[in-house]
Design a protein around this ligand. Structure first.
Ligand code: ADP
Ligand code: ZN
Length: 951
């Protein structure tokens, strides 16, 4: 049978849509694709208002009242109709009135108001009709689906919306509604209940020519035009940043001069700015291709918060949103358009872009083009053609990939020359990197997380079981960590990820699947409780921390047990891969055990030169450079206990003895009778473990490879007998605590918390993640400089004019009130923080910088505050500075001492007599009356004088 039909309803956007049509004779039909079982694109081609000529046959499976189904075997599109509303009015005139007239008055209602037709009442001979309600219908979002409620004194009658149209709050009285009966349904909880067809709303037609209600795209924020301005001015005015990050200015200049560029920068390096800023200066659109659909909304929100007209096109948009967006692009209202590759490749998108002629095409995550990458996407290959079709657009491709093979592949595929390639340093200087022995991983995680209270962070685990165990332990300690792994359903994963991004819950415990597509700039720490498989994975995962440039703490728990587990899986895996995987694993193991600067070793692994020998931001650097304290006494206790137990036990037994354990193992061996039994109560078992680790690391003890017992070395014996002292990291403070202290020292934490709470409210109101409103760094600076005016606020990191206008009124009063209450006043922020001033002027290792700064007139206290470390640390730096052959003014140093001149002389005499290699003899000599702080200081002066005397 051939017939001409007009499409009047479509209940889903994409494929599989349910299509309602009217024949020119006024009969209602539902079009079913003959090939729907084999074709997953079926019914996509119809649009409401279309006219089609179809060849069809009745559906043999139709059950009353759904007798309108027809199976379409062939079809042809005809020119569209000009007045759909008029057509329906003429061919199938609607019923007018209240819901009681629907379906011949056969409808019943549930207690919630839902309309239905019950089988036992007798069903109508048709399942679709048109209705013009005499009162407006109100949208109701309370249930699982959107419903519209027709008002009645007893609470109303409701119909579920199944149409694809944008649901307004209210559908006006007199609108032409299409209603249909749903499938037969019997609630599961009522096996004996009646069969019902519920009434649904499958679309409406406005009395205008168009059947699409036009929806407004959110008005792009009004930023004054930046076209033709200088990049640095735009950076400061719009983005609110003081200066470019390394390479950004060169890349931006390059792009602005319309030369293509390939940008290779680590995660957090600031890639986005390389196309976002030129986009503002160009006169026409910039198109950004990105595979990360889930991120687009956040990226666009972030840009809009800066006042930038940004938007996106991808498969998540409704038809109307899509049309409105396209319209805004054509009208030149958009500066930055994010688009998914598959959307970009659609013919209509390409045609539109050809017309609009964008100024710039940015290809984000460009490694997706490479088959060698971990993330190959076939659509990316076709971007080569897109580039050709948009010949006037300068192209910038960006990636954080580190492997040379993938880089070369991108270069070759997109045809970039060497001089167009910018490779930024892969160093992430703000990440503090450390490796710690693994014990009870979940317990260690709890301690670590507790030391980072209220900071966002990720715990990475290698198994789902580990995720569960860590989550349980954290929750036991009152930390509401959320799990993320492959066995959770997609909705839960999505929800947990959103809660993390939006700062509802700061801690996520995940398998490595988590992180792709996380763009949260303020992740403050990463904890690996299990060993990753290789350095590549590890570096990628820690790369997710500290994208905002503030310090972030990365800790890896290391154990040989994990190494064996991975080895086992390598042996079980593909033989062809075993060799490579083993090599990569052993590189990681070497790295984890090494005592050289972690950062330098990582960069060396990636074929990059490290900027300095000692970064001062890894455990190996800080353990040797910072915070060394005299641990001679505890070391002697431990070594003595090793000796007394005949060098036959591992660390945990030694610790049990030191801490006076009543365990069977201790009692059975009579170790409670030893002189070293119970002499180590001043440290916890965990702290003793740290000390033991240092004793092994510094070769005072050696671990027997076969049986694991600890053996004294020659060096150990000299310390045990008091011939040498031992300096190490104070086990009283863990690295995490030190770090928390360091950060806390810098800004007013109470004000920060107030600002943070306010930010969270603003973010929730706007339904965006908090960092879109303000970065942590901005809040920290506010809590440091206490800006009182809009002018002062403009100097805060990441705050441009737009943000001042939007949020100044909210944040400034909080700061002012806080200052009044606490007697604080505004502090000037002029051209960067003091830290940056120091670093700019003084170069070299941390000791060099400290030494030079001291020479230039900084006091020890100022330096201590500057770096947020102990006084003794600064003194140690100065000592090292002098030991390296530099001179410092002894007079200035001695003024730092609080001792009387007499006592000072006595100390110097004691140094002459007892030597300066160890402080403890001098300490004992004065019966502990003179603090180690003073002794450290005076030793520096003493050595300095000696050096000057000799000269
Ligand atoms: P990537 O894409 O390279 O991982 P992003 O572009 O997301 O990094 O940038 C990371 C963070 O650094 C963002 O919060 C961004 O706003 C910020 N940023 C970028 N450039 C600068 C700059 N010049 N000064 C200060 N912050 C910057
Ligand atoms: Zn280092």
């Amino acid at each position: 049978m051939d017939m001409k039909v007009v499409i009047v309803a479509k209940t889903r956007m994409g494929s599989g849509a349910c299509i309602g049509a009217l024949t020119f004779e006024g009969r209602s039909v539902r079009l079913i694709a003959a090939d729907r079982d084999t074709n997953d694109q079926f019914n996509q081609e119809y649009a409401v208002g279309d006219v089609w000529e179809v060849t069809c046959e009745p559906d043999p499976d139709s059950i009353a009242p759904h007798v309108e189904n027809v199976i379409v075997t062939a079809k042809r599109k005809l020119p569209p109709l000009s007045g759909l509303y008029a057509f329906v009015m003429r061919h199938m005139s609607p019923k007018v009135g209240g819901p009681e007239i629907l379906f011949d008055g056969l409808t019943g209602i549930t207690s919630a108001g839902a309309l239905y037709v019950a089988e036992r009442i007798g069903v109508p001979s048709y399942s679709t009709m048109f209705w013009r309600p005499d009162q407006a219908l109100q949208r109701d979002l309370h249930g699982k689906r959107i419903r519209y409620r027709y008002p009645t004194p007893d609470g109303g009658r409701t119909v579920t919306l199944v149409g694809y149209q944008e649901p307004p709050h209210e559908i006006a009285a007199g609108t032409l509604l299409r209603v249909s009966l749903a499938h037969w349904w019997r609630p599961v909880e009522m096996p004996d209940g009646e069969l019902r067809c519920y009434v649904q709303l499958s679309g409406w037609i406005e009395p205008s020519e168009s059947s699409f209600p036009v929806i407004e795209v959110e008005q792009p924020a009004s930023l004054p035009s930046q076209i033709g301005r200088k990049p640095l001015e735009v950076l400061q005015d719009v983005f609110g940043y003081d200066a470019f990050r390394p390479n950004q200015d060169a890349i931006i200049d390059h792009v602005l001069s319309r030369r293509d560029a390939l940008v290779i920068m680590p995660t957090g390096g600031g890639k986005s700015l390389c196309y976002q800023l030129p986009a503002l200066i160009f006169e026409r659109l910039t198109v950004v291709v990105s595979p990360l659909i889930a991120l687009m909304q956040d990226q666009v929100d972030q840009l809009r918060a800066w006042g930038i007209a940004a938007t996106f096109l991808n498969s998540t948009l409704t038809h109307n949103e899509y049309m409105a967006t396209v319209c805004a692009i054509r009208n030149g209202e958009i500066t930055l358009l994010y688009v998914a590759p598959e959307t970009l490749l659609r013919p209509e998108t390409l045609v539109m872009l050809e017309e609009v002629a964008p100024a710039c095409l940015a290809i984000d995550e460009a490694h997706c083009i490479s088959q060698w990458g971990h993330d190959f996407r076939p659509e990316y290959r076709q971007l080569i053609d897109v580039r050709r079709r948009l010949p006037h657009a300068v192209c910038i491709a960006l990636t954080a990939t580190a492997t040379p093979r993938v880089r070369d592949d991108i270069k070759a595929s997109l045809d970039f020359a060497d001089e167009q390639t910018f490779v930024a340093s892969f160093d992430r200087p703000n990440l503090f990197i450390e490796v710690v022995d693994k014990g009870n991983a979940a317990q260690q995680a709890a301690e670590f997380v507790a030391a980072h209270r209220a900071q966002s962070g990720i715990v990475y685990c290698s198994t789902i079981r580990q995720v569960e165990s860590v989550v349980d332990t954290l929750q036991f300690h009152g930390i509401n960590a959320l799990p993320y792994h492959g066995k959770l359903d997609a909705a839960t994963r999505k929800r947990n990820q959103a809660a993390f991004v939006r700062d509802d819950e700061p801690v996520i415990v995940a398998t490595i699947a988590f992180g792709m597509g996380i763009d949260k700039p303020d992740v403050r720490w990463i904890l690996h409780v299990d060993l990753p498989q290789n350095i590549e994975h590890y570096y990628q995962q820690i790369g997710r921390a500290g994208r905002d440039g503030l310090r972030a703490d990365c800790r890896l728990l290391f154990s040989f047990g994990d190494v064996q587990t991975i080895q086992y899986f390598i042996r079980e895996g593909a033989e062809s891969e075993a060799q490579g995987r083993t090599q990569r694993l052993s590189a990681l193991v070497d790295w984890a055990q090494s005592r050289v600067c972690r950062r330098r070793a990582l960069l060396t692994y990636f074929g990059k030169a490290a900027p300095v020998d000692h970064c001062g931001m890894c455990d190996n650097c800080t353990h040797t450079v910072d915070d060394l304290v005299d641990l001679t006494v505890p070391a002697q206790k431990f070594l003595a206990c090793v000796y007394r137990t005949r060098q036959q036990f591992g660390a945990s037994h030694i610790i049990a003895v030191l801490r006076g354990s009543r365990s069977q193992k201790v009692l059975q061996r009579g170790h409670d009778q030893l002189s070293t039994y119970g002499i180590g109560m001043e440290y916890s078992a965990e702290q003793w473990k740290q000390i033991a680790h240092q004793l092994v690391g510094e070769e005072l003890l050696r671990r027997d490879m076969q049986h694991g017992q600890l053996l004294l070395t020659e060096r150990g014996t000299t310390v045990l007998t008091g011939k040498q002292s031992f300096f190490g990291v104070d086990p009283g403070v863990t690295q995490a605590e030190r770090m928390a202290e360091e950060i806390a020292a810098d800004y007013d934490a109470a004000l920060f918390e107030q600002l943070r709470a306010c930010r969270k409210i603003l973010a929730d109101e706007r339904n965006v993640p908090p960092y879109v409103i303000m970065s942590d760094r901005a809040l920290q600076e506010m809590a440091t400089y206490f800006p009182h005016s809009e002018m002062a606020l403009l100097h805060i990191h990441g705050i441009g004019k737009h943000k001042v206008a939007e949020f100044g009124d909210v944040f400034l009063p909080i700061i002012r009130t806080y200052c009044v209450e606490n007697g604080l006043s505004e502090r000037p922020k002029t051209g960067g923080s003091a830290t940056r001033r120091t670093k700019r002027r003084f170069v070299g290792s941390r000791s060099d910088v400290v030494g030079q700064a001291y020479e230039a007139g900084w006091s020890i206290d100022e330096l201590r505050a500057e770096y947020g470390v102990k006084r003794q640390t600064i003194v140690n730096h100065l000592a090292r500075y002098i030991a390296a052959g530099n001179k410092l003014p002894a007079r200035q140093l001695i003024e730092e001492s609080e001792l009387s001149a007499e006592t000072q002389t006595a100390v110097f005499n004691a140094f002459d007599e007892l030597g300066t290699s160890a402080l403890s003899p001098v300490f004992t000599h004065f019966d502990g009356q003179i603090s180690y702080d003073e002794l450290h200081l005076l030793r520096v002066v003493h050595n300095l004088r000696k050096a000057t005397d000799l000269a």
